[in-house]
Design a protein around this ligand. Structure first.
Ligand SMILES: *[C@@H]1O[C@H](CO)[C@@H](O)[C@H](O)[C@H]1NC(C)=O
Ligand SMILES: *[C@@H]1O[C@H](CO)[C@@H](O)[C@H](O)[C@H]1NC(C)=O
Ligand SMILES: *[C@@H]1O[C@H](CO)[C@@H](O)[C@H](O)[C@H]1NC(C)=O
Ligand SMILES: *[C@@H]1O[C@H](CO)[C@@H](O)[C@H](O)[C@H]1NC(C)=O
Ligand SMILES: *[C@@H]1O[C@H](CO)[C@@H](O)[C@H](O)[C@H]1NC(C)=O
Ligand SMILES: *[C@@H]1O[C@H](CO)[C@@H](O)[C@H](O)[C@H]1NC(C)=O
Ligand SMILES: *[C@@H]1O[C@H](CO)[C@@H](O)[C@H](O)[C@H]1NC(C)=O
Ligand SMILES: [Cu+2]
Length: 565
């Protein structure tokens, strides 16, 4: 339901802002600027970090910086033309990608998010993707799970500790809002597993259409995933003769760190720079032993930190390419999602050729992804399997099923509210799996006979990948320092065996990161250590946000037309 501008503006002035809980630690006066690296961390010694280094076990040790970094973000509606073609977007502080959140390993981070989506009357929430939220589940930012939507005119404050380090991103976790432009980078400075000269920051790969994701949802639900128009590299690209390419300057001999994020709604990318190899130093928020490749495979929600060295003797301009893999989704502009790496500031049109590749949707090979901080997996204390299928619901709309459940949860009844109120008999459609015992090893096997791949993302944990591939699981597992991360691909007609420990009380979503699929119910939630999760809830925080949403919803009768997450 929509109202005209005048009416909702009048409402906005009456809506009470959420009160902001007191900060526990001192504020850094330079909270908005980039933090300085810790002692000893230089271009020639990136493994070092004050008294810590790349071998420090960050899952048990966190530097006590005593610093709180505070940010204010505003979610707005606007018209933008990232590829030269105008369309309505939603953006954070007027930019796509939004502002980067910077912190040092060990800092506390406080972020105030204000919803200005008055015209669309969209609620909002921001999820800090990959941030472990150790004992801080209510800051995970997922509607229907950890919070109600934050209403237009309201502000919500998230607080978490940067207990890991590396590259991540934040994005809206309601409806398809993330793919209308509501996302940005997170950089947590810490040690690195290889030296580089210059940190070039985030590099976002997005797919993009000239219609909004919300306009395309009906196609996705009734016919299937729509063919998207094009893609963006760090928020820009050329389309026909309009727009402009992303460009990156290099000085000969220097090396650069890029923090690559796949922020697409439905595109698996190969990312490459012609003539330049990439040295991969981290997957998601996990530093790995460096390995060098011609291109990387990057699934939705995943991040890779790569180092590229300007080592080419002759040509000055080289194409940077994000190539949609048509093996798993279609795009009208497969060959022209590009940027330019140029030496010494002279930008020309590159005449370079791509590295050879097969068009296929796979993760990086498990054997290359070796965490620096080595960890082994013990035998399962609890295990389950679920198969993945698609079908149509009673409205004839596509829904995804894990076993026979498609998630259907309500924005205004988040799991944390239900836990606080003592609910134990969960609806089947809530997809709740309870994990009541502390520090147990949980194994989850997800498999599918369908020829469609799905990037699986787990909140609240980095999980271990015990087995992954095309075809059924053959019963073998890698338990000695397997890859661990927060997002991994369930490959087409394949399986993914994940493992983690129940070391973090809360309600944690696990879902496919294809935007359409999340909205179509491809999700489960783990209620981990119910009693302790309940103790951790700051009821005033959860409840005030819900009350302001309920008041808004009561007035405007906002419709929810998706899974709720
Ligand atoms: C996670 O939180 C628990 C409970 O506060 C604490 O004991 C543990 O040290 C924390 N872990 C990390 C890595 O911060
Ligand atoms: C975002 O915009 C708000 C005002 O709308 C401003 O106060 C804040 O500093 C901006 N945040 C960043 C990170 O630029
Ligand atoms: C946001 O607004 C758009 C445009 O009106 C609508 O299609 C979409 O369903 C809304 N999303 C949410 C999460 O309310
Ligand atoms: C990409 O955009 C972000 C946000 O504007 C910026 O901080 C970053 O430096 C850009 N990345 C590169 C590689 O230029
Ligand atoms: C881009 O160019 C193609 C081919 O000339 C044309 O069919 C299409 O309408 C153009 N698209 C836009 C959005 O201008
Ligand atoms: C899915 O169904 C299988 C076979 O019936 C069952 O063993 C398994 O426990 C179910 N998985 C979940 C997560 O409920
Ligand atoms: C999933 O794996 C289990 C255990 O290997 C097997 O019994 C089941 O048939 C598989 N299901 C699918 C859909 O592949
Ligand atoms: Cu999926």
């Amino acid at each position: 339901m929509r109202l005209n501008n005048f009416l909702f503006l009048a409402y906005a002035f009456t809506a009470a802002a959420i009160s902001i809980p007191q900060l526990e630690t001192r504020k850094d006066k330079h909270g908005d600027s980039k933090p300085k690296p810790c002692k000893g961390n230089t271009a020639h010694k990136r493994t070092k970090w004050c008294d810590y280094d790349i071998n420090t076990d960050y899952t048990t040790t966190v530097p006590n910086t005593g610093v709180t970094r505070e940010y204010w973000l505003s979610i707005d509606e606007m018209t933008a033309a990232p590829d030269g073609i105008s369309r309505p977007v939603m953006a954070i502080n007027g930019t796509i990608p939004g502002p980067t959140i910077h912190a040092n390993w060990g800092d506390h981070v406080v972020i105030h998010v204000t919803n200005h989506l008055h015209e669309s009357m969209n609620g909002t929430s921001i999820h800090w993707h990959g941030i472990r939220q150790n004992y801080t589940n209510q800051n995970d930012g997922v509607v229907s799970i950890t919070q109600c939507p934050t209403a237009p005119g309201s502000t919500i404050t998230y607080k978490w500790r940067a207990a890991q380090y590396g590259s991540s991103w934040y994005h809206s976790h309601i409806g398809l809002q993330a793919w209308e432009g509501v996302f940005g980078g997170i950089i947590i400075n810490g040690p690195a597993s290889k030296n580089y000269d210059v940190d070039k920051g985030m590099l976002f790969l997005n797919d993009w259409s000239h219609q909004t994701a919300d306009q395309l949802f009906s196609h996705a639900q009734t016919i299937g995933p729509p063919t998207l128009d094009t893609g963006l590299i760090n928020g820009t690209n050329k389309y026909n003769e309009s727009g402009s390419y992303f460009t990156m300057r290099a000085n000969k001999g220097e090396s650069y760190r890029l923090r690559v994020v796949n922020a697409a709604i439905d595109t698996h990318w190969k990312f490459m720079i012609d003539n330049h190899k990439l040295t991969v130093i981290a997957m998601d928020l996990v530093p790995i032993k460096p390995y060098t490749v011609e291109y990387i495979n990057i699934g939705m929600g995943q991040r890779y930190d790569v180092i590229v060295t300007a080592d080419q003797p002759k040509a000055r301009n080289h194409w940077i390419r994000a190539i949609p893999q048509t093996d798993c989704s279609e795009n009208h502009n497969v060959d022209n999602i590009r940027g330019i790496l140029h030496y010494h500031g002279k930008i020309g049109t590159p005449e370079t050729s791509p590295w050879l590749f097969d068009d296929i949707c796979l993760d990086e090979s498990m054997s290359n992804l070796v965490p620096v901080v080595s960890k082994n997996v013990e035998e399962a204390d609890w295990q389950a399997l679920t198969d993945v299928t698609v079908g149509r619901n009673n409205k004839n709309l596509f829904r995804w099923y894990l076993n026979s459940t498609t998630m259907q949860v309500a924005w205004e009844e988040p799991t944390l509210k239900q836990i606080y109120e003592g609910t134990t008999d969960w609806e089947d459609s809530s997809g709740v799996i309870e994990l009541p015992n502390a520090d147990e090893w949980v194994y989850l096997l997800i498999n599918t006979t369908m020829p469609i791949s799905h990037p699986i993302h787990l909140h609240g944990h980095d999980f271990f990948i015990l087995s992954q591939g095309i075809g059924a699981w053959d019963g073998t597992t890698v338990t000695s320092n397997p890859p661990r991360r927060d997002t991994a691909l369930l490959e087409s007609t394949g399986h993914l065996l994940m493992a983690w420990q129940t070391d973090n009380p809360g309600a944690w979503l696990a879902h496919c990161h294809i935007g359409w699929h999340t909205a179509e119910g491809f999700a489960l939630q783990f209620v981990e250590r119910y009693e302790e999760a309940k103790e951790l809830i700051d009821w005033d925080y959860v409840n005030e946000n819900c009350e302001s949403w309920n008041a808004y919803d009561g007035e405007f009768d906002i419709e929810q037309d998706d899974s709720g997450v």
